[in-house]
Design a protein around this ligand. Structure first.
Ligand code: GLU
Length: 444
């Protein structure tokens, strides 16, 4: 790492021991910033980098609950309120056994720059728990959510911090969390959470937004080469909310989506993934991609690496560090043209470098998956005006936000002498907006 960045990064390592994902996320941003610091010495004078790496507030909670057998269970809950220069802290909650402080901090740090890129007035934060919703009854999930909110409620609010979903947190969990917040505070404060149900303050398109946005972004990248999604073979990892709606939008734009995955393996459906079937399996039955394969008579490859499949376009939409160097080499050998991250940091740093060296168009998650949180901001806007927009209007807003993010990343990369480098463009554009606001607001 260059010059003045190195000692600041060392300090981050020292202050946050054992948080590998957080270190990785900081390093990826820092690696883009040397030319920014040269151009803007005021950032160093105001210690912007030192401040931006230190969350404004970090909350760790004990979350006790009683399971269906009557046993007391304990989980750990987190909320990291990272940066509020641009608006209230905003970012999802992740419920997954892998969650610890380092994961929440990596996600919160990414969220600062992602949210900045959306152009909406939202700061960055993230939270979650090592609670595993898989295999739990609805009643257990409800009791867990109620216990979590019984502690969390005092830290959040429509002007303070606005959580939403992430892995393991969808409409069901947001419902239980909102109900408990309303009960404790005696306020129908719609803007305190996003991803709500449509009849109680939710926004149309929020469910689809992350996946749709990722495909809109990929489409914009192809547009710079006078190309489109029409007839492209697309491989998408994951089979959650992001993956399913990325598949749907890619198909609407004329692509053939042939594969999805989960932690047990991948499904290859050469006829094209059937959206209604995968939605039924995942959203209604809470099943696995192997159930989808069985129902469709498609091939299920247990424990298979989805990136061994040939693809024109690869959309990693599962989880962090799921696409490593070996997988990148397979995709490059297969002639991949575009990689756009629907998940947060799914590509390892060496895989990312391999894509860039091979001239593959690569979009980092903080740009390509920003459609989810951007539509959360649209949900907040509807809540504030007690209004509800149509699907078409909301989708148009999402599409124009993704176009703007693409343009901002592309022009920023060009301005800093790295045309086509969306990683540099996203990091620099996301960072400078936050840095300028922090300078204006003084040393806080
Ligand atoms: N968890 C999503 C993300 O990674 C959405 C956050 C939100 O809507 O606040 O951006």
């Amino acid at each position: 790492m260059e010059g003045q960045l190195a000692p600041i990064f060392d300090q981050v390592l020292r202050r946050n021991p054992g948080e590998a994902e957080f270190h990785q996320a900081v390093r990826e941003v820092f690696e883009s910033l040397a030319p920014v610091l040269t151009k803007n010495p005021e950032y160093a004078d105001a210690a912007i980098l030192e401040r931006i790496c230190e969350p404004e507030r970090q909350i760790i909670l004990r979350v006790p609950w009683v399971d269906d057998q009557g046993h007391v269970q304990i989980n750990r809950g987190f909320r990291v309120e990272f940066n509020s220069a641009l608006g209230p802290f905003k970012g999802g909650l992740r419920f997954h056994p892998s969650v610890y402080l380092g994961i929440v901090k990596f996600l919160g740090f990414e969220q600062i720059f992602k949210n900045s890129l959306t152009g909406m007035p939202i700061g960055g934060g993230k939270g979650g728990s090592d609670f595993d919703p898989r295999g739990k009854s609805d009643a257990e999930v409800m009791r867990f959510c109620q216990s979590f909110m019984t502690e969390l409620y005092r830290h959040i609010g429509e002007y303070t911090d606005v959580p939403a979903g992430d892995i393991g947190v969808g409409g069901r969990e947001i419902g239980y969390l909102f109900g408990q917040y309303k009960r404790i505070t005696n306020r129908y404060e719609s803007g305190v959470l996003t991803g709500k149900g449509l009849s109680w303050g939710g926004s149309l398109v929020r469910t689809e937004a992350t996946g749709y946005g990722t495909v809109f972004f990929a489409n914009e990248m192809l547009g710079t080469k006078n190309d489109t999604l029409e007839g492209k073979r697309v491989v998408i990892s994951g089979s959650g909310n992001v993956a399913i709606y990325a598949a749907q939008k890619a198909q609407q734009l004329g692509a053939n989506v042939v594969a999805l995955s989960d932690s047990s393996g991948y499904v290859l459906d050469e006829k094209g993934i059937d959206i209604e079937t995968i939605r039924q399996v995942k959203e209604i039955e809470r099943g696995r991609v192997s159930d989808y394969a069985e129902r469709r008579g498609a091939q299920f490859v247990a424990k298979g690496n989805i990136w061994e499949l040939q693809a024109d376009i690869a959309l990693p939409c599962a989880t962090q560090n799921e696409l490593d160097l070996d997988s990148a080499k397979l995709l490059i050998a297969g002639g991949v043209k575009v990689v756009a991250e629907g998940a947060n940091m799914p590509t390892t740093p060496d895989a990312l470098a391999a894509f860039q060296d091979a001239g593959v168009l690569f979009a980092p998650g903080k740009a390509a998956n920003a459609g989810g949180v951007a539509t959360s901001a649209l949900e907040m806007q509807q809540n504030a005006s007690r209004d509800a927009w149509t699907f078409d209007y909301t989708e148009q807003r999402l599409q124009s936000i993704m176009k703007n993010i693409h343009k901002n990343c592309a022009t920023t990369a060009e301005k800093y002498g790295q045309p086509g480098n969306y990683v540099a463009g996203a990091n620099i554009a996301g960072f400078t907006k936050v840095a300028d606001a922090m300078i204006a607001q003084g040393v806080i």
